[in-house]
Ligand binder design. Structure first.
Ligand code: 5AD
Length: 346
């Protein structure tokens, strides 16, 4: 076994290390302040103290899928379903622009109500009204033709977490009609089309092993995404994983730091899920190497019903309206929220 300091130095210098070393970092029970500070240094080398903000617009919680972990899965008959129309979505942008948002992230379940034409019209209208803003889509698995149409309409970024890069594990989290293979197909097509592409995974999802996390890192090396979103798994009461344990704060923070060292250029959000499991989760995620926050611009009714997991933060500082208070917290953590389109610095 190598001393932890050697492993961290190797990650700092080579942005890579062996599976064995990664497992050792992931499995150590100790806090690893050297890992956090090495990640923070690399983050500052690439992005200074800048924290990019993305205005999250959760526009539909209808979903044709039934991922076992997700609260808006199609089988959840108790979910209170909603859809936002183009005007609702543009109002979210109208609220966000003067606050300094220059990226709007349209996130939703896989909802066939929104045909490609409707999505393209929404994307086009946002870009027409706010040409200095980026539109990010996070709407799941589609055909290459659909992705190309969204790109042509003006969307330049796409978020699609792979969730887990181990196909056996993938099949324990998803129904049989979904596959890791198709998820990867989507990600490679998105990249090929020219999207700034984001992927990622949950930490502590049911049945996940440390080896699975190493596979996640290896898959990300192969994909080389621009954005990497990770957060702890949090159970939702209306899913088959209701009684499973939630992912740990420590492991999630450790994974953020490892990601920062392996992918120095990456846009790594400090996610809402992290903020949900610990009152300072968001700030800790930034200190561990995160450089993006995604406050919620959705109307309250949408925020309340877009429940992927229980106790999701949605009022407080997660709400875009509370940006001033968020800015103060981010500043006291040593960083600065900036008004910037926030492109990746490769
Ligand atoms: N806990 C944590 N994250 C979840 N997601 C979905 N359900 C949960 C949950 N129960 C994450 C998935 C998805 C993203 C939008 O939210 O990783 O890709």
């Amino acid at each position: 076994m190598s001393p932890v300091t050697d492993i961290i130095n190797e990650l700092v210098n080579m942005h890579n290390t062996s599976d064995e070393n990664l497992l050792q970092l992931i499995c150590t029970e100790n806090e690893l302040p050297q890992l956090t500070s090495a990640a923070d240094k690399i983050r500052r080398d690439h992005y200074g103290t800048d924290v990019y903000i993305r205005g999250l617009i959760e526009f539909t919680n209808y979903c044709r899928n039934s991922c076992y972990y997700c609260g808006i899965n199609a089988h959840n008959k108790n979910a209170c379903r909603f859809r936002l129309d183009k005007q609702d979505i543009l109002s979210c942008c109208d609220k966000g622009y003067p606050l300094g948002f220059r990226t709007f992230v349209l996130q939703g379940g896989e909802d066939p109500y929104y045909t490609d034409d409707i999505i393209c019209d929404i994307v086009y209208s946002i870009r027409e009204k706010y040409p200095d803003c980026a539109v990010t889509l996070s709407i799941g698995e589609k055909t290459r033709k659909s992705y190309q149409a969204y790109y042509n309409a003006g969307a330049s970024r796409f978020l699609l977490r792979h969730e887990t890069a181990d196909s056996v594990h993938y099949n324990k989290l998803h129904p049989s009609k979904m596959s890791l293979e198709n998820r990867k197909r989507c990600l490679y097509e998105l990249k090929d089309i020219g999207f700034q592409t984001g992927s990622g995974f949950m930490v502590g999802s049911p049945f996940q092993s440390a080896e699975n996390l190493v596979s996640d890192l290896r898959f990300l090396q192969e994909l080389s995404p621009d954005m990497i979103g990770i957060g702890p798994f949090i159970p939702h009461s209306e899913t088959v994983f209701a009684d499973c344990e939630q992912g740990s704060l420590k492991t999630t923070l450790k994974m953020i730091s490892i990601l920062r060292l392996m992918f120095p250029y990456a846009l790594i959000p400090s996610t809402t899920a992290l903020g949900t499991i610990h009152p300072d989760g968001r700030e800790l995620g930034l200190k561990a190497g995160g450089n993006v926050i995604m406050p919620n611009l959705s109307p309250d009714s949408a925020k309340l019903n877009y429940t992927l997991y229980n106790n999701k933060l949605c009022t407080g500082d997660e709400a875009a309206e509370q940006l001033e208070s968020l800015k103060i917290k981010v500043r006291s953590a040593g960083y600065e929220i900036v008004t910037d389109i926030g492109n990746v610095k490769r």
